[in-house]
Design a protein around this ligand. Structure first.
Ligand code: SF4
Length: 399
């Protein structure tokens, strides 16, 4: 089956606010518990090792009218916070037995308090992630937080999370990360064969299914990509940055692809393949998870690497992916992102890498202005190509 046919089938359910995957899982696991994970990082391996189902929650992707959340949150709050709360208020998360809120920003901290007030009996776990990766205390602090999380999850599942179970989970999550990394490179090397929108749908399809099933799906997708006949080569290669938390509509990425603009990198779903390095399969599992989190070279505005600038990190990606420029697509009202914009703009200008900046909302339906702005990058490249565009295109792509 070609990759387009596979992802077309998955697309219909990829943003279904009713989370039918959880209902199916619960039917086959009587008494099983599903744990909601807010963006951007939760050690899902630990939930899996407890025999529970991690469910990645990140808004409603424009599928819900905000009839209730606006009573709790101001208009200037990002869509992902509003619509995740709306999902809860509208009863779509009844199958979710507890929710983990990682400490990524003040907005999610506020939502966690509201969540608790709405139903004090529904467990929530606030996971305090270290804010400075280089601090000498970061590792011990993270290990103690992971220990606390483990105890909370054991209370919910009713059984101990053993080291053996953790290592079995690490192995599976390593396998998934390896497949995601392969697919990520494939869409960069052969953007005419495998589109970013298809890669996006494959990640969305894994939001609430067991990792074992997601692995099977990704393996099938990899074979499908290899068998796919080349489609037209894109006219521009763009790096998308800024969608680490709120998810842009799939239609936004498809609209770019219609104009033969390929996203050769994006920061969607960072928690699914947090580090390029696999989790080691021996040692102290909590220390391994802490190191995995702290030693990732992933840069996002909610992760602080004091030794290196986020602007440099993004420009390095633009060059490594032989991209024509950067699309800085930020969720509306995302304060952590606003904090880093100056550094990204200044670095981009200093290094001569063209960029455009847009704001998106998850229910956005019109994308012409984004396309017009990206065309400015293409024009800039034609006037003065920067060093990064000396690329080797995927040989399978048609001109
Ligand atoms: S989009 Fe930004 S402000 Fe909103 S929850 Fe995510 S990090 Fe926080």
């Amino acid at each position: 089956m070609p990759i387009s046919a596979l992802t077309e089938i998955l697309k219909a359910g990829a943003d279904d606010p009713t989370f039918p995957e959880v209902t199916v899982w619960k039917k086959s696991h009587p008494g099983g518990k599903a744990i909601g994970c807010l963006p951007i990082y939760t050690p899902a391996e630990m939930i899996h090792a407890a025999g529970m189902l991690p469910v990645h929650l990140s808004g409603a992707m424009g599928r819900l009218k905000l009839d209730n959340a606006d009573a709790y949150l101001q208009d200037f709050v990002c869509s992902v916070a509003q619509s995740t709360l709306e999902l809860y208020l509208d009863g779509f998360l009844e199958n979710i037995d507890a929710v983990i809120f990682p400490s990524i920003c003040e907005v999610l901290r506020g939502v966690s308090g509201i969540w608790k007030r709405i139903d004090p009996d529904k467990p929530i776990i606030y996971l305090n992630l270290p804010q400075n990766y280089n601090s000498g205390s970061a590792s011990n602090y993270m290990i103690s937080e992971l220990g606390r999380l483990k105890t909370e999850l054991e209370k919910i599942s009713g059984s101990a999370i053993t080291d053996d179970a953790l290592f079995k989970s690490f192995e599976l999550f390593n396998k998934r990360a390896e497949l995601l990394n392969k697919l990520d490179l494939y869409r960069s090397d052969y953007p005419g064969k495998f589109k970013a929108s298809e890669f996006y749908i494959l990640r969305l399809a894994g939001r609430a299914i067991p990792v074992e099933e997601h692995i099977e799906l990704l393996q099938e997708a990899l074979s499908a990509v290899e068998e796919t006949q080349p489609r037209k080569r894109p006219i521009a290669r763009i790096v998308l940055f800024g969608a680490f938390c709120e998810r842009p509509p799939i239609a936004m990425i498809e609209a770019m692809e219609e104009e033969r603009i390929a996203l050769v990198y994006d920061d969607l779903f960072p928690g699914m393949h947090w580090s390029k390095d696999p989790l080691p399969l021996a040692g102290d599992p909590l220390k391994i998870l802490a190191d995995h989190y702290l030693k990732s070279n992933l840069h996002t505005p909610v992760v602080n690497h004091p030794e290196s600038s986020i602007g440099d990190a993004i420009m390095n990606i633009v060059r490594a992916r032989n991209a024509d420029g950067l699309l800085l697509a930020t969720a509306k009202s995302c304060h952590p992102m606003l904090h880093d914009l100056h550094d990204i703009f200044a670095t981009s200008e200093k290094q001569g890498i063209p960029y455009v900046k847009i704001e998106f909302e998850e229910d956005q339906q019109v994308f012409e202005s984004i396309i017009v702005q990206i065309e400015a990058i293409i024009e800039a490249r034609e006037r003065m190509p920067f060093a990064g565009t000396d690329r080797k295109e995927g040989s399978g792509d048609q001109k």
